[in-house]
Design a protein around this ligand. Structure first.
Ligand code: NAD
Ligand code: DAU
Length: 353
């Protein structure tokens, strides 16, 4: 039986992408899911072992920056829709290597848009280009207020500027070529399979190994945390229900000062590792601040909740505990991704500066 829809998911071997691939492969047996990923340091097929043999799933290794390869892929696989997550995603790496972010996030997105435009000459209901973006495009907030879909773009890091550039291109292809598109801008995600360069898994890994927990600046920056599986369900709802050309913010109304979050994490880890209360917190170490460090992110996701009926499923304390349990139970995964390139990154980022 022919598939109802051939859906290209880019970056499906990464953190959020692997959760989106898993959800779509399991929930929609009549869709054919094609996971395209370059397998950079952040991409890992071990994130998908539970679904890799499913009949409606196919993995293709490739680079979105290679325009000829992308155009051919759209034709060969008869791509009907795209959920685009492939990106360079870590702010600190964008400070040390900005051009790679421009290539993947801007040029790579342009290549996908262009291939979709040529493939879907007269777009049908099957066609949709879903661009997964970030709240960082909106810049930073003071003590009050929230990012809404109408907030002006004001990115500060090469990462957020490259994501803002890709959002603008997506809207330009909609307005100029009538490409059916949808964009979502989400807040900080946490959960299983996140590469331990990001705050929560890095801290779990360091606590486990009795290494310092590096806190940038005074630890007063605020992030709005969402469980990754809730992001995946939001993407599912938006992909299926949103009107073309629309943007949705995704977030869980869950703001935490970095230092408060780390204290909560330390108390969970004390308990899980049977350590004396207060001992993990002794690892907290204040380090030089991130350049251009945004102070506060907070998402207003009421449009998504009101129009499409999505809401987050988990309280943060519960989600964080589940996340700690996952990392402690998945030693092999964590040890594999924290060898090789990771040691070089860690040394450059934290030891030698
Ligand atoms: P990630 O770094 O874990 O994964 C990115 C994936 O993209 C990896 O599998 C990598 O191999 C792949 N990739 C990178 N360059 C590629 C290229 N040139 N061609 C093909 N594949 C390539 O990232 P993530 O945290 O899962 O984020 C996924 C998307 O969601 C990104 O677009 C990011 O901007 C966005 N986002 C992330 C968060 C968050 O908190 N992590 C929040 C909001 C939005
Ligand atoms: O808001 C969405 C964004 O969230 C996504 O678009 C990005 O892809 C994702 O990486 C994330 O960006 P952040 O920079 O907010 O995440 P990170 O985990 O790197 O940092 C979270 C906060 O913790 C931030 O204020 C910096 C601080 N931090 C981070 C690290 C890695 C530390 O204090 N110490 C650290 O070692």
């Amino acid at each position: 039986m022919a598939a109802e829809r051939n859906i290209l998911i880019t970056g499906g071997a990464g953190f959020i992408g692997s959760h989106v691939v898993r959800l779509f492969v399991k929930k929609y047996p009549n869709y054919r899911i094609i996971n395209l990923d370059k397998l950079t340091y952040a991409g890992n097929l071990a994130n998908l072992t539970d679904i890799e043999n499913e009949k409606n799933y196919k993995f293709i290794k490739g680079d979105i920056v290679d325009s000829e390869f992308i155009s051919k892929l759209f034709i060969d696989e008869s791509i009907d829709a795209v959920i685009h997550l492939a990106a360079e995603s870590h702010v600190d790496r964008s400070i040390s290597n900005p051009i790679e972010f421009v290539m993947t996030n801007v040029v790579g997105t342009a290549n996908l848009l262009n291939a979709a435009r040529h493939q879907w000459k007269t777009p049908s209901e099957k066609n949709m280009f879903y661009h997964v973006s970030t709240d960082e495009v909106y810049g930073t907030l003071g003590e009050t207020g929230f990012f809404t879909e109408e907030t002006s773009y004001d990115p500060h890091s090469p990462y957020s500027a490259s994501k803002a550039g890709s959002d603008h291109l997506v809207r330009a292809y909609h307005d100029t070529f009538k490409l059916p598109v949808v964009i979502s801008n989400c807040s900080n995600n946490y959960g299983s399979f996140q590469f331990p360069e990001k705050l929560i898994p890095l801290s779990i890994h360091n606590i486990k190994n009795n290494k310092p927990i590096p806190i940038y600046g005074k630890g007063e920056n605020i992030r709005d945390w969402l469980f990754v599986e809730d992001h995946a369900t939001a993407i599912d709802v938006i992909f299926h229900k949103a009107k073309t050309g629309v943007t949705y913010n995704i977030g869980g109304h869950n703001e935490w000062k970095n230092i408060d979050l780390i204290h909560l994490l330390c108390s969970i880890m004390d308990r899980k590792l049977n350590r004396e209360s207060g001992s993990c917190a002794k690892l907290i170490t204040y380090v030089k601040d991130r350049a251009g460090h945004d102070m506060r992110y907070a998402i207003d996701s009421s449009k998504l909740q009101r129009e499409l009926g999505w809401k987050p499923s988990l309280q943060f304390e519960e989600g964080l505990e589940k996340t700690v349990d996952w990392y402690l139970a998945n030693d092999t995964w964590l040890n594999n991704v924290t060898s090789g390139e990771y040691l070089h990154f860690y040394d450059q980022q934290y030891v030698r500066r």
